[in-house]
Design a protein around this ligand. Structure first.
Ligand code: PLP
Length: 405
């Protein structure tokens, strides 16, 4: 049979392969510490659960919503955005709700990309961006940062990567997988640079906005130059800040003209998002979000401190950078003593997958190779686990990283 080449060329994910292996080992009775999680291990706010429960009594909760989502909820997301980011939007802006942030970003890329367009990605980037860009016929152009820059890419390098074909830049701050948000100074410099390229869209993936545990809090380029909002697409959703990855609600805020085109695409492909959850969100007070995330942020801060203390204990602080948001840390494997073993055995190259596989098999810890995030020889540690198992896992992991024999 002849299948789609476009889909066939999507590479197999190393992460999925390792996850499958971790599941298999668990089923065989091995205790596996899972440090791969991309979600919080908590239920959402009780008030939100109750609101959804109450909506079960209405016929409307089981029927189609408009393709772009319930109008009042779209307005509520816009107001929440205006309040939390402290910006003003006139009524030339709109919001469209989709089945999660991933769906929002995919549809938005479909709304702006023409074949051959280039989209600049800042590595480390979220795994799905390059494949989404390619599926729409675009070309990803990667600008890299390193552990020494605290994984904050240089504005000069981004500027250099812009060509006549550049359609958009994707910024993800707070960032998955680095667990940092770009400094305010960076946002200001970015605004000053990008304002000179009026044909470039800016996609701002702010899905981890509420999860930040060290001051200063995340800020954005459009807070320095509000004229940039005219070509900015902001993405957020309930997966992370409402601990609701399975409920699949994400949204995009952008100029009305763009949202209306996006809406056409969505109407013919998936229709409106889950009506029950949208209705629950409509009656839930977003003022509760802060109270919900505060203790979570404290916990993440604690785990970030534990991680740092382990780097100190094992004398590997030369590769440490301070995390501040989301719930990840990206280890630069080349800075770990164990890396030399792989270098001696296999020579130069990206050994992240092999190292993560050995970690899983030998010490029962699952972490994600950084290759799919655009940083070879790195690995992502998720720190949402409870303090005790997290510390146990780190002790084993740091011991592994420190082996030279
Ligand atoms: N953006 C980033 C950076 C993410 O890490 C994720 C999920 O892990 C998403 C977007 C999409 O989240 P969802 O589709 O669950 O809303």
């Amino acid at each position: 049979m002849d299948f789609s080449q476009r889909v066939n060329q999507v590479p197999d994910s190393i992460t999925l392969k390792l996850n499958a292996k971790a599941v298999k080992l668990s089923e065989e009775g091995r205790h596996i510490y899972n440090l791969t999680a991309g979600q919080l291990p908590f239920k959402p706010h009780q008030n939100f659960i109750e609101k959804m429960h109450a909506e079960l009594n209405f016929l409307k909760s089981f029927q189609y919503t408009p393709a772009a989502g319930i109008k009042e909820l779209r307005d509520k997301f816009i107001n929440y955005f205006k309040e939390t980011r402290k910006v003003d939007l006139d009524d030339s802006y709109d919001c469209i709700i989709s089945n999660g942030g991933k769906h929002s970003i995919f549809n938005a890329l479909g709304t702006i990309i023409n074949p051959g367009d280039e989209v600049i990605l800042l590595a480390p980037y979220w795994i799905s961006y390059p494949e989404m860009v390619k599926l729409w016929g675009g070309t990803p152009v990667v600008v890299k940062s390193q552990v020494y820059d605290g994984y904050t890419p240089s504005i000069q390098h981004i500027k250099k990567a812009i060509t006549k074909k550049t359609k958009a830049v994707i910024i993800n701050s707070p960032n998955n997988p680095s667990g940092v948000h770009y400094p305010d100074r960076w946002m200001k410099d970015f605004a000053e640079m990008i304002v000179k390229f009026p044909n470039v869209f800016i996609l701002s993936d702010e899905i981890y906005f509420e999860l930040s545990y060290y001051d200063p809090k995340p800020t954005y380029f459009y807070q320095h130059d509000s004229s940039l909002l005219e070509r900015t697409l902001v993405f957020d959703g309930i997966s992370k800040s409402f601990a609701s990855t399975g409920l699949r609600i994400g949204y995009c805020i952008a100029k009305k003209e763009l949202v209306s085109l996006y809406s056409k695409l969505q109407a013919q492909t998936s229709s409106g998002a889950n009506s029950l959850v949208q209705r629950g969100l409509l009656s839930y007070s977003f003022d509760d979000v802060k109270g919900f995330v505060d203790p979570i942020n404290q916990k993440l801060r604690k785990n970030s401190d534990i991680l740092r203390s382990k780097f100190e204990e094992y004398k590997t602080t030369n590769s440490w950078y301070q995390t501040s948001s989301a719930f990840y840390y990206l280890v630069d494997l080349t800075q770990m003593p164990v890396y030399k073993k792989y270098l001696d055995q296999f020579g130069q190259g990206d050994h992240a997958a092999k190292i993560c596989e050995d970690i899983l098999e030998n010490i029962g810890i699952a972490i994600v190779p950084g290759t799919d995030f655009g940083i070879p020889n790195s690995a992502r540690i998720s720190f949402v686990l409870e303090e005790v198992p997290f510390t146990e896992a780190l002790n084993r992991l740091m011991k592994f990283f420190s082996t030279t024999e």
